[in-house]
Design a protein around this ligand. Structure first.
Ligand code: MV4
Length: 501
């Protein structure tokens, strides 16, 4: 039985994992880089070990340092969270060699799903629908031209080692083939050290719907239904919900069975996610499998009523799942809004800084998973995700109304963030209607980027906090700092308006 877990991650997911461990009476070891000395996950864990300088490659991606920390602390298992080393087959293998339980799938399942050509072929053999196209590696331009002749334009050229949108090229005309093939190949070569590419029919306006699965070490594989993840921008998800507003009960069941078949085909173990793209006629196609816990897992937890981290640990302990497919149902509706430290007014640039004030929403149906507190410096070295708002309602409308209410209560000053942008999405007709595609953000830029706040929304507290901060700074400012402050004149004028100065 696992007694002590090293959490090889940071931020909100590290905190979230530590919480479940505490409930299970399992000791935890946090790891941290220079930039994370004062991070929340360090405070929450029973022990903490420094693993290197701020850049991820020297700390959270440094296999040797993490293994050493596990040995020194006497941890018998490692939870990798998401990102970083979570989908690295060498890390999973290394843990095995060291006799440390890796809370995730075996290296073979990670490698098979990491190679998209192999994954695609495995899925076809297992009877899981894949996007029409040519499954094999493209070896020449002539081959590409003849395949495109067969399947017809438009097509996507994709890197086999890619995923999450990296190394993809859309081809809409014949004369673009040569350049797109070259570009996809060289991008794949430099990004992944592997220039293998394949070709698929381009699905025009897809929905991105994924299935949560759990597989134990006793042959049981079940799914925990879907998450609709089509609200995204440049492959970064922003809002997810479950159930998907577009699925019919029959389609939901079919896709669930396909997801289970996909996991069985690679002899999967632990928690994983099968991604599908779904077209307007509800045809669904396997896209890729994420062999880890995902950022958006809490909406599934809320609607299905499971703690996915506990289940991961339960499975890693070699125990059979305590429930069967028939025991699971979706109850009510959950929505997750991702709060990023980024500046929507400046092309969503990551915006690190010190959190000066934070109001976290509470109340019925609200869960916030976060990693910031007043005084915390959001480092620039890592993903800008700082909190997740997970809201439940008896139906979609209640979940939406509650999410709007909670977002209105949510205030963060000191670091630029997307809170007001999230509010505008929840007020957009396209989102309210529920039938939105992966192009939603791009298509509604004008509405989503407008200056006026939503409805009667008044940001008084934020304004006043900002104003006080402004005054404090001005009082201490050198002439040189004054000129920087004057560049924020727009904010200053907004504050003056609110305070009627
Ligand atoms: C596609 C596609 C349309 N047709 N493949 C993007 C990430 C990577 N997992 C695959 N992706 C896509 N593959 C075909 N044949 C459209 C996308 C896509 C997308 C998929 C899921 C979520 C968001 C997306 C945003 C743009 C493009």
């Amino acid at each position: 039985m696992i007694k002590k877990i090293l959490v090889a991650n940071r931020g909100e997911i590290a905190v979230r994992i530590i919480r479940s461990c505490r409930e299970m009476d399992i000791l935890t070891v946090a790891v941290y880089s220079d930039a994370d000395r004062k991070a929340l996950h360090v405070l929450y864990a029973d022990e903490a070990m420094h693993i290197g300088p701020s850049p991820s490659v020297e700390s959270y991606l440094n296999i040797e340092n993490i293994i050493r920390a596990a040995r020194l602390s006497g941890a018998d298992a490692i939870h990798p969270g998401y990102g970083f080393l979570s989908e690295n087959p060498d890390f999973s293998a290394r843990c095995q060699e060291e006799g440390i339980v890796f809370i995730g799938p075996p290296p073979r399942a990670i490698s098979m799903m990491g190679d998209k050509i192999t994954a695609r072929k495995t899925m076809m053999d297992a009877g899981v629908p894949v996007v029409p196209g040519a499954g094999g590696k493209i070896t020449s331009e002539d081959e590409a031209i003849s395949i495109i002749g067969e399947i017809g334009l438009p097509v996507m050229i994709k890197a086999s080692a890619g995923g999450g949108g990296k190394g993809m090229r859309l081809v809409t005309r014949n004369k673009e083939i040569t350049a797109a093939l070259r570009a996809a190949r060289s991008e794949a070569k430099s990004a992944f050290g592997d220039d293998a590419v394949f070709i698929e029919k381009y699905i025009e306006s897809p929905h991105h719907i994924e299935y949560q699965i759990l597989a134990d070490n006793h042959g049981q594989v079940i799914h925990l239904f879907e998450r609709e993840c089509s609200v995204q921008r440049r492959h970064q998800k922003i809002i997810e919900e479950t159930p998907s507003p577009i699925l019919t009960p029959q389609r939901r069941r079919q896709m669930g069975e396909a997801a289970v078949a996909a996991a069985r085909a690679v002899d999967y173990r632990g928690a994983g996610t099968i991604e599908f793209i779904v077209d307007k006629d509800l045809n669904y196609y396997f896209l890729e499998m994420n062999t880890r816990l995902q950022v958006e897992h809490p909406i599934t937890e809320r609607v299905v009523g499971v703690d996915l981290v506990k289940e991961q640990i339960h499975i890693a302990n070699g125990k059979p799942l305590n429930f069967a497919q028939e025991d699971l149902k979706q109850q009510g509706h959950a929505i997750e809004c991702r709060v990023y430290a980024e500046d929507p007014d400046n092309n969503f640039m990551p915006a690190p800084g010190t959190v000066t004030h934070i109001d976290i929403p509470y109340g019925v149906g609200v869960r916030v998973d976060g990693s910031i507190y007043e005084g915390f410096d959001v480092p620039l070295f890592y993903d800008p995700l700082i909190a997740k708002l997970i809201v439940w309602g008896k139906d979609r409308n209640e979940a939406l109304e509650r999410s709007r209410r909670a977002l209105k209560e949510f205030k963060i000053t000191g670091v630029k963030n997307n809170l007001r942008f999230l509010e505008r999405i929840l007020h957009a007709k396209g989102f309210i209607g529920g039938d939105y595609t992966t192009h939603f953000i791009e298509e509604h830029k004008d509405f989503l980027m407008r200056e006026e706040p939503c409805e009667d929304h008044c940001e008084d507290i934020v304004m006043i906090t900002a104003f006080m901060e402004y005054l404090r700074k001005i009082r201490k400012a050198s002439p040189r700092e004054m000129s920087t402050l004057k560049n924020n004149w727009k904010d200053y004028n907004r504050v003056r308006n609110v305070l009627k100065l």
